[in-house]
Design a protein. Structure first.
Length: 109
């Protein structure tokens, strides 16, 4: 899940682009519907797996919201899940530009 971090207008702060990763870790961001992507800007990122107990990625998102395909078998150590499940502690920041974006892989350590 992506959380705006560049002084966006209040309306933009309420939008939280998200994606479900495939088995290879690839994903396509969407904000409202498939294919719409995310508004350009800087974002803090949380990485969530279903079935894990994690902190909130942001004020507007419930804890434990899935960001990998539902039903995926993912085993994430609790310390990794806690750190990366919260956009405030993940340390992952990206910039989305107008047009197609190829973000570098997110390394979870």
């Amino acid at each position: 899940m992506f959380f705006s971090s560049d002084g966006a207008k209040e309306e933009a702060k309420k939008m939280h682009p998200f994606a479900y990763a495939d088995a290879q870790g690839n994903f396509d961001l969407k904000t409202y519907r498939d294919g719409d992507g995310a508004p350009p800007g800087k974002y803090r990122v949380s990485v969530i797996a279903p079935g894990t107990s994690m902190g909130s990625g942001g004020k507007d998102r419930p804890a434990g919201e899935a960001a990998v395909a539902p039903g995926s078998a993912v085993n994430i150590p609790p310390n990794i899940a806690k750190k990366y499940g919260n956009a405030d502690t993940s340390g992952i920041e990206v910039t989305v530009q107008q047009g197609e974006n190829n973000l570098p892989p997110f390394e979870l350590k």
